[in-house]
Design a protein around this ligand. Structure first.
Ligand SMILES: [Zn+2]
Ligand SMILES: [Zn+2]
Length: 375
């Protein structure tokens, strides 16, 4: 059967643009798609015919050969340019590939042009004081920026990138076997649709160069580990004139010698003497705003928490400041003098046989007694 003219198949003028071809092909392919016309031989033939016509006309080289020599210029059986090995694949497999590529639309708009630059991440180490009060920090970030010599085009000054001859600027090439074809990213231009014949010497044709840039980051008061500060447009430069990505500064708060932080609350441990714990007294405890006095009542046990309201952290997302929790730890006295030993020994004798001074110990001995009694 004689082949119809490819332009006639797609219903376009001979001078049709790439966009017009694509539109016409898409319309026909949707209409005659075998999934929509099961067991309809006429539709299947029309579909294959449209596929073949578009495969040739969407390729600048094949289209030129077709315009000059007609079907003979592109028919693989006539020794033309078309046809890459694709033996034995089954119809529906290839079909799925063609369509997911062609109608999927999930390419992020990257085909044939501008690409947004990547987002970058920078880990910012802060002291607890900086995180709590806020700070302005200078950071140096390695990043790709547009090459100043070629203004990001990648082409030598005075030249510009030309349309890729392999894919005709589409960024995709079609592998063809008979009626079936599969699209893939053009191996020559890697999908950009453009070729640089005379690369810029400064960036070797990449259009972007690596540079360190210095940025001043305003860290708001109250940030915590894991918080992110987004610096819009400070990421990598885009390719082919695309917009720059963003820079995410991720906060990591260093461990503090005195305070542990849990959200908006701070914790610290305060050692107290055995005598202060027993008699009560006044302690000096550290806060982020300086020292404050803390009254300890008599009979304070080790491990007791004292809450200092509002001496924690004001969270970055708002809300009142948290509290500072001071955990007292009774310290056993060491390096005792003879006199101190005598006093303590005397003291110990006064305790003998009287459990009322040791609430914990008496409770504990009661428990032990019950435990052995139950055995
Ligand atoms: Zn350059
Ligand atoms: Zn290409």
């Amino acid at each position: 059967m004689a082949k119809r003219d490819y332009y006639e198949v797609l219903g376009v003028e001979r001078g049709a643009s790439e966009a017009e071809l694509k539109k016409a092909y898409r319309r026909l392919a949707m209409k005659h798609h075998p999934d929509r016309n099961p067991d309809d031989k006429a539709s299947e033939d029309k579909f294959k015919e449209a596929n073949e016509a578009y495969e040739v006309l969407s390729d600048a080289g094949k289209r030129a050969a077709y315009d000059q020599y007609g079907h003979a210029g592109v028919d693989p059986s006539m020794g033309g340019a078309a046809g890459a090995g694709f033996g034995g694949a089954n119809f529906s497999d290839i079909f799925g590939d063609v369509f997911s590529d062609f109608f999927g639309g999930g390419r992020g708009g990257s085909r044939g042009g501008a690409q947004r630059g990547s987002d970058l991440r920078y880990t910012l180490e802060l002291d607890l004081e900086e995180a709590v009060r806020g700070a302005t920090v200078t950071i140096r970030v390695p990043t790709l920026v547009n090459c100043k010599v070629c203004e990001g085009s990648g082409a030598k000054k005075g030249t510009s990138p030309v349309t890729c001859t392999t894919c005709g600027g589409i960024g995709q090439v079609r592998m063809q076997q008979g009626f079936f074809s599969v699209q893939q990213t053009c191996p020559r231009c890697h999908g950009s649709g453009k070729m640089i014949t005379d690369p810029c010497g400064s960036c070797h044709g990449h259009g972007r160069v690596e540079e360190h840039k210095t940025l001043s980051v305003k860290v708001p008061a109250g940030v915590d580990t894991g918080d992110r500060i987004r610096l819009s447009g400070e990421g990598e430069a885009g390719a082919m004139g695309g917009p720059a990505g963003d820079l995410y500064v991720v906060v990591n708060v260093r461990e503090h010698a005195i305070f542990q932080r849990d959200g908006k609350h701070l914790y610290c441990e305060v050692p107290i003497s055995f005598a202060d714990a027993a008699l009560g007294g006044e302690l000096e405890v550290p806060t982020l705003d300086g020292r404050v006095k803390l009254r300890i009542p008599e009979g304070t046990q080790t491990g007791k928490l004292f809450r200092l309201r509002g001496k924690g952290v004001a969270p970055v997302r708002g809300g009142g400041a948290g509290d500072l929790m001071c955990r007292v730890a009774v310290e056993t006295p060491v390096n005792l003098s003879r006199r101190q030993r005598e006093l303590l020994d005397e003291f110990r004798q006064t305790l003998e046989g009287d459990s009322s001074h040791s609430p914990k110990a008496s409770g504990w001995f009661e428990g032990v007694k019950r435990f052995f009694g139950d055995l």
